[in-house]
Design a protein around this ligand. Structure first.
Ligand code: ADP
Ligand code: MG
Length: 457
């Protein structure tokens, strides 16, 4: 929409936002946003100082911004962010002078991408390579070199916050930069929603034209297909059409193919046709390197020893690692105080507590297993016995017995059962694992996730 209209709409939304959140937060996160004009009608483009802002806003404030727009009568406006180097984050006055000198003119996101916008910060340049992701990174580069030929499809899996979206978007940007045809980055959820909408509005032909005439399909979070019969059917045909025309397909998933529940067999086998690669949690050195990169990129005033502290304590998720850095940096810049270990411990207490819980307690295991099997935490203790709940519950008991020092009765207690049930579950899972390779894999991957957040020393 035009700049003047954008500004007008945004001003309305800001009125709402300023009354909904504290002045502090408003000043830091919302006050720095500027509405700018663009060519897409119905789209509100918001300029932010840097990629970190974009991420943070998208992750934490997007729903509220949508709500504010809705409350001001603009619920159908699509929001997109652009990074505008000339805008300056409040906490980085030092960066301002440097940036003003060579302030590039605002460059909107490149749009020969037929799918969702790519985060400009998710590039190969910004991706720190370490043992945990070397293989996935190399595979991604190989695909960018020879799309449709090297590895097709490329299937990248790993837990949340480990860099899958970053990597897959980096592939998209690299290909766009090289001008190697049309790229479509989308999430499986968006694909599903668009498909449903196309069905309802009798626009299937257009939907298929879109997805079957692209050179590179990047589809994020494909595990979302679990249990969605008709979307799976449609995706099967999309996949075949692209594959037959030697078009590249890249998928990410938070679990291995074999563990996506209710996924048609023919899709399972197709997903494994090309190259399957796993991303793991970064080791300490890589975590520090990631933090350093972020700090320097954003000219944050955080000393190395604080980065070490953060990297040592936040072990399970790179998104949390970044969030912790930002929190520490905000504190330092607002209070002008030094970041002592005590201060850091206090600032990051919630995150640190979560990390320790996941590693150590029965509840942490229950939570992880429930999340993994996509059931509710409450199902772990409920009296119900349908197989889809009973089995994950047994797996959780097995892991508690294997990975904690808790006694049989206290494990039983935590599941609302007695010690004999735990013993039975432990034996039963143990003996199934002997013959069932995929269960072995599941247990191993759960153990890695739990073990990746080792107990604090
Ligand atoms: P996932 O899609 O696996 O849940 P993301 O790709 O969204 O994870 O990554 C979470 C955050 O961590 C992003 O901000 C991303 O830029 C950052 N990140 C992850 N891995 C790396 C890496 N190797 N180097 C730099 N930043 C990373
Ligand atoms: Mg992701």
């Amino acid at each position: 929409m035009e700049a003047s209209k954008a500004k007008q709409i945004w001003a309305k939304a800001c009125e709402f936002l300023s009354s909904a959140i504290s002045a502090d937060i408003y000043g830091r996160w919302i006050g720095v946003i500027e509405a700018v004009g663009d060519e897409a009608p119905g789209q509100l483009t918001l300029a932010v100082p840097n990629g970190f802002y974009q991420d943070w806003l998208e992750e934490h404030y997007l729903p509220m911004i949508r709500k504010a727009l809705g409350a001001s009568g603009f619920e159908n406006v699509a929001i997109s962010f652009v990074v505008d180097g000339a805008r300056v984050a409040p906490e980085a006055p030092a960066a301002r002078a440097a940036e003003e000198k060579e302030a590039p003119k605002r460059k909107p996101l490149k749009t020969c991408n037929l799918g969702m916008p790519l985060n400009t910060r998710h590039t190969f340049d910004n991706f720190v390579v370490g043992p945990s992701n070397t293989f996935a990174h190399a595979a991604a580069l190989a695909v960018v070199e020879a799309p449709g030929r090297a590895y097709n499809p490329l299937f990248i899996h790993g837990g949340t916050g480990l860099g899958k979206t970053h990597l897959i978007q980096a592939m998209g940007q690299a290909l766009l930069k090289r001008g190697k045809g049309s790229v479509c980055y989308t999430t499986c959820e968006t694909f599903t929603n668009e498909f449903i909408q196309a069905l309802q509005q009798h626009e299937l032909a257009a939907f298929r034209r879109k997805y079957r005439h692209i050179d590179l399909l990047l589809i994020d979070d494909i595990h979302f297909l679990a249990g969605k019969e008709s979307t799976q059917e449609e995706f099967f045909h999309t996949f075949n059409s692209l594959y037959e025309n030697q078009k590249q397909i890249v998928m990410t998933s938070d679990r291995p193919v074999s563990e996506i529940a209710n996924l048609q067999k023919r899709l399972v086998s197709r997903f494994e046709w090309g190259l399957v690669t796993e991303m793991e949690m970064a080791d300490l050195e890589t975590r520090v390197a990631i933090l350093r990169r972020k700090r320097d990129q954003m000219s944050l005033q955080v000393p190395d020893k604080s980065l070490f502290f953060i990297a040592e304590h936040v072990r399970s998720n790179i998104r949390k690692l970044e969030g912790s850095l930002l929190r520490a940096a905000s504190y330092a810049s607002l209070t002008k105080k030094e970041l002592s270990p005590e201060t850091l411990e206090y600032l990051l207490r919630d995150t640190i507590e979560q990390e320790n819980q996941t590693a150590l307690t029965i509840e942490g295991i229950q939570r992880m297993v429930a999340e993994y099997y996509d059931i509710r935490l409450g199902d772990m203790t409920s009296k119900q016995r349908p197989q889809n709940i009973a089995f994950p519950r047994q797996v959780a008991m097995y892991l508690c017995r294997e990975m904690t020092d808790q006694s049989l009765p206290s494990i039983g207690n935590a599941f609302g059962r007695n010690h004999a049930t735990v013993l039975h579950a432990h034996r039963s899972v143990g003996s199934k694992m002997k013959t069932d390779a995929s269960l072995r894999q599941t247990i191993l991957s759960l153990q890695q996730r739990l073990g990746g957040v080792a107990a604090p020393s």
